[in-house]
Design a protein around this ligand. Sequence first.
Ligand code: CO8
Length: 373
Amino acid sequence: MELAVISGTGLFTPQESISNDELVTSFNQYVENFNHHHRAEIAAGVLEALLPSSVEFIEKASGIKSRYVVDKKGLLNPNIMAPRIPERGNDELSLQAEMAVVAAKQALQSAHKTSDDIDAVIIACSNLQRAYPAVSVEVQNALGIKGFAFDMNVACSSATFGIQTAENMVRTGKARAVLVINPEICTAHLNFRNRDSHFIFGDACTAMVIENKSACQAKHAFEIIDSTLVTNFSNNIRNNFGFLNCTHPEGIGKPDKLFVQEGRKVFKDVVPMVVEMITEHLAKLNLSASDIKMFFLHQANLNMNRLIASKLLGREAEFHEAPVILDEYANTSSAGSVIAFHKYKDKLTKDDMSILCSFGAGYSVGNVVLKRV
Ligand code: CO8
């Protein structure tokens, strides 16, 4: 068996950002408009008045202070409250492919690789912008890569599931090097009229080069010591958007065709699941949490990450042990833990161990144990 390393990473960050203040102002304007428009039904008890959102709640409940977005104007317009992304012609690069190409080029550069060194492209993310042709094949074409490409979706855990898929290809010699790319346009599937979750998501794209250790030319790389995946069915995070929606037109535009969650239940279910999985995985490798220098955890909720890290370490984690990017990026689904890895991995020195862990819809959890080489 060959050894596999992550030898390069890249990050595409949209130019526009929305602060909690801006988001709440727009949401509260929508609430005011709604309550005014429906004042008769509300007075008659037929409709419930909507409640306003608050900056303080968002920051305390989630740790999120702002999010990058592909379209700020549409999102902040209380009459739209959704990104407005013009359709492109079939001969133009699609938006997801465009984000992916930027992140992939950075990853290739940091790995000291060119398109000729890559044998496969995996687009792994929560939402794909069309059915076919696969976005990955479009990216493969844009980068001039030979070999093959495919798309995969495991919601928030798409990146770690993609890493293991690439790792297996490299270990078995099926590919010399693989690009795993996570273009997440989460704002297009978020219900910005839902007070409980309107603040949760942002947009970004990450990319990684995963390759055979013996061919690695990067100054610093991260050997994939082992990876483990688990899924466990739950309806607590759900989105019923899909290609069959048009077969039942009555359901089109209903809130269940966007992201819906029972946030409290997710928190309660997922924390023990993640702690148990990481603990067992480390034990299998004769390691314990104290051997791990950095925990690159899925970035969904600050309190959740604090609790997971403290349960693993038996004490509160310092920022440098479990870095957070949530405050700036919000939840970017599968890209979140990779953004933390991309930004803070250089703090690790030779032989330092770290983990990259994702968790979310499915439920799905993926844990990758890495060693800086
Ligand atoms: N402003 C003010 N008050 C509010 C607001 C608001 N915006 N929203 C709710 N409240 C109020 C509630 O009404 C409630 O009031 P009361 O106590 O009087 O009933 C109070 O605040 C507390 O509400 P909650 O119990 O809902 O608040 P929590 O403390 O549980 O926080 C969170 C809510 C932040 C949602 C929290 O539960 C959480 O983050 N849980 C974890 C969720 C999680 O990790 N989800 C994973 C996400 S899935 C993923 O990462 C990828 C999915 C696939 C991507 C899809 C792309 C779109």
